[in-house]
Design a protein around this ligand. Structure first.
Ligand SMILES: C[S@@+](CC[C@H](N)C(=O)[O-])C[C@H]1O[C@@H](n2cnc3c(N)ncnc32)[C@H](O)[C@@H]1O
Length: 221
């Protein structure tokens, strides 16, 4: 399901409202040029994540799913020079492209990529007793969303935000499915709705990538 106007509106918003600069365009180009799939978030989504960072005064961001470092660059700019972004990526090739992109963007001093399966990296962060993150962005293999959400709850504090991307996926979420990605995302949404520590919602969206959506949760305590 798609409509050409969705991509036109997305471009209009990127140019008119967001003002995506050449740094971000360069990141997209280098990511695609390196043979990675062009599945990074849109400029409008990046600006929304950055706004949320500013609203909660985020200085520490955790991202699950780095790709070429596009969304991490939005976070790096939003947290400012004194902030940090930790991003988890299974593919060392993607991590290398991301690191090059952060150097070019001038934010490499505040972004760290941890290479390996995110479930393992998250357990290591929990075991290390790191300071809580102000915002966690979950955007990797969708089947593991419940595992990532549970870890995010251990790694945040009251007042933090947890964001999960791609929760609608052409409406598959409301159909019977044994696709592990759909099952994982549906379970994560059920967790968001039933956990008394969270106030959450999910928003469906349309864009150049079709019909999809994101969930956002505020950690109450
Ligand atoms: C949708 S892309 C991330 C896009 C990125 N957040 C952005 O908007 O710029 C998903 C990424 O998750 C990574 N990934 C998939 N499974 C993973 C896992 N088990 N652990 C860590 N990363 C994983 C993929 O290699 C891919 O780079």
């Amino acid at each position: 399901m798609t409509d050409p106007r969705w991509a036109e509106v997305e471009s209009f918003v990127a140019e008119t409202v967001v003002g995506e600069d050449e740094v971000f365009a360069g990141i997209r180009a280098r990511t695609a040029g390196a043979g990675l799939r062009p599945i990074e978030i849109s400029a409008g989504d990046g600006a929304l994540l950055a706004l949320w960072c500013r609203l909660v005064g985020a200085r520490r961001v955790l991202e699950i799913g780095t790709l070429g470092g596009y969304s991490a660059t939005w976070f790096a700019r939003a947290v400012g020079p004194d902030g940090t972004v930790t991003t988890l990526e299974i593919d060392p090739r993607a991590a290398a492209v991301a690191e090059e992109n952060w150097r070019t963007a001038g934010v490499h001093d505040r972004v760290e990529v941890v290479v390996g399966p995110a479930a393992d990296s998250l357990q290591q962060l929990i075991a290390a007793g790191v300071d809580p993150y102000d915002l966690v962005f979950i955007d990797a293999d969708k089947k593991s969303n419940p595992v990532y959400l549970e870890a995010a709850l251990s790694l945040t504090r009251p007042g933090s935000l947890i964001v999960i991307d791609n929760v609608v996926r052409e409406g598959k979420i409301v159909r019977e499915s044994d696709d592990p990605d759909v099952v994982g995302t549906r379970r994560a949404l059920e967790m968001l709705g039933s956990d008394p520590r969270l106030q959450a919602t999910a928003v469906q969206t349309v864009s150049s990538k079709g019909w999809d959506g994101f969930a956002v949760a505020y950690v109450l305590g």
